[in-house]
Design a protein around this ligand. Structure first.
Ligand SMILES: [Mn+2]
Length: 478
């Protein structure tokens, strides 16, 4: 038996011993999937189970939790970063975020010591402790699924583990799920709960009209098409692709192989002509995961769309709605989730209009930026920055930096977005956001291609200058 399975068994035994379990989960697509897997697998055991969703496990929140008589607590998709604070608590954890004790800084031969870290009364399953990359090889939902599998016959929940991993962008880099995620996927495939195929990796394959799929494509941005509805329609017409069946817009999944090939090869030519490397063209294609148990042509039938629906629940603090959808509600809660997504899309359009109406994006040497003031909610600032960078209306060679009043805390929220091409040249926005914000008395971090920070009010100009300097150094421009 491998160590991970042993740990999953240990946690499952603890859970089985408890009549009452309280689930506390992160409120994003992966966290919602995690909580749903935990909830369903415990319900099937006959356990008395309830749940709550939180953005962060802060000290104050922890105190509140400790003060209540919850019985056994199951933290999903969070907890590993706060092990010290959890000491003495009756809890188990299935998480995939970097644990306290920073395993990335621990040499492989010392990993054994790291595992001893959990020798307290807290049982924690976290891939980082087993030399498995929690950013790409196992999601929070996947970690939770490993325990669910020990709790009973729960292989159908592999579907939610895939939704969580896809929602956590764990299939983005390779174009398919890898590592432990892939083992879980295979289990779902073999039991008929999941299907996979090689296809375009665009968003909206089932629920969006064809031209909208191209119009909103942003990874990669399609030159001359992204952001331009008319151009997308003309492009399809020029390829003799029927846009409608009767009165209905055709969608990507309606296309036959020849049509798909025609579109993709034409898009590939466009990218190559603009000087994009061939792997950008290859990246348009990858694995697509679908669920035969769901209705074809709906957001729930395809993993990427399913996770997007969950994200829109999480973003507006409506964890319960997402959880009920995961658990199978296809009436009231599904409708509510769809309304949240629609509302979110409307907010995004309003934000884009706001940027344009207030003077748009201003350029410096290697960065471009805009201010959202108190008009753009800080929860969507990064999304808006990414959308503008992908809109085809600004220079994709410049890093996008966006500011808005923070609702979370005093000061400004900063979001930054780059492109794959810039990252290839050395861009690391995580470093920029964390170091520059720190030098101004704030804090930040994230990924090389997308990162964020909080800084004190009035520091935006200085932030831009310092960020510009650091990015120049990263890109080797002096
Ligand atoms: Mn997660």
């Amino acid at each position: 038996m491998d160590n991970l399975k042993e740990k999953a068994k240990e946690i499952s035994d603890k859970l089985k011993d408890s009549k009452k379990v309280h689930i506390i989960s992160h409120i994003d697509a992966d966290g919602l999937s995690s909580a749903s897997i935990a909830y369903e697998s415990l319900s099937r055991c006959g356990t008395d189970v309830d749940y709550e969703f939180i953005k962060q496990l802060e000290k104050e929140k922890l105190k509140e939790i400790k003060d209540k008589d919850h019985g056994l607590i199951w933290f999903t998709d969070l907890g590993s970063g706060q092990l010290d604070d959890l000491k003495g608590m009756n809890c188990v954890i299935t998480d995939h975020h970097e644990p306290q004790g920073k395993p990335s800084q621990v040499r492989l031969k010392d990993r054994g010591n790291l595992m001893n870290y959990t020798s307290s009364n807290i049982s924690e399953l976290n891939p980082h402790r087993y030399g498995i990359d929690g950013a790409s090889e196992l999601s929070g939902a996947g970690a939770t699924y490993l325990v669910a599998r020990e709790l009973g016959k729960n292989t159908d929940l592999s579907k939610l583990a895939v939704v969580g991993a896809v929602g956590d962008l764990q299939a983005t880099k390779e174009g398919r799920l890898i590592g432990k995620n892939r083992e879980i996927l295979k289990e779902g495939l073999s039991k008929g709960h999941i299907e996979k195929r090689i296809d375009a990796r665009f968003y909206g394959l089932e629920s969006r009209p064809l031209f909208k799929v191209l119009q909103y494509a942003n990874d990669p941005v399609l030159p001359g098409l992204t952001g331009d509805e008319e151009a997308c329609i003309n492009f399809l017409v020029s390829l003799d692709i029927e846009l409608k069946i009767g009165d209905e817009w055709r969608r990507w999944y309606h296309l036959d192989k020849t049509e798909k090939r025609k579109i993709l090869s034409e898009l590939g030519k466009r990218l190559l002509k603009r000087g994009y490397p061939a792997r950008y063209v290859d990246a348009m294609i990858g694995e697509v995961y679908t669920f035969p148990g769901e209705e074809l042509g709906t957001m729930l039938h395809e993993a990427k769309e399913f996770s997007t629906l969950l994200n829109s629940c999480g973003r507006y603090g409506k964890g319960e709605i997402g959880l009920q959808v995961c658990l199978g509600d296809r009436e009231e809660y599904l409708k509510k989730a769809q309304q949240l997504l629609k509302g979110h899309q409307k907010v995004l359009v309003e934000c884009m209009n706001h940027v344009e109406s207030t003077g748009g994006v201003k350029e410096k040497e290697v960065v471009q930026y805009f201010h959202g003031g108190d008009e753009i909610p800080d929860t969507v600032l990064g999304t808006v920055a990414g959308m503008i960078l992908g809109s085809g209306e600004v220079d994709r060679g410049l890093v996008m930096i966006a500011f808005a009043e923070s609702s979370e805390r005093e000061g400004l929220k900063v979001s930054s977005r780059g492109t794959k091409r810039l990252v290839d040249k050395g861009l690391d926005l995580s470093e920029v956001m964390s170091k520059v914000s720190k030098s101004l008395g704030g804090e930040g971090g994230g990924h090389d291609i997308a990162a964020g920070a909080y800084i004190p009010s009035g520091c935006d100009k200085e932030f831009l200058d310092k960020a510009e300097d650091m990015i120049k150094t990263q890109l080797g421009i002096s």
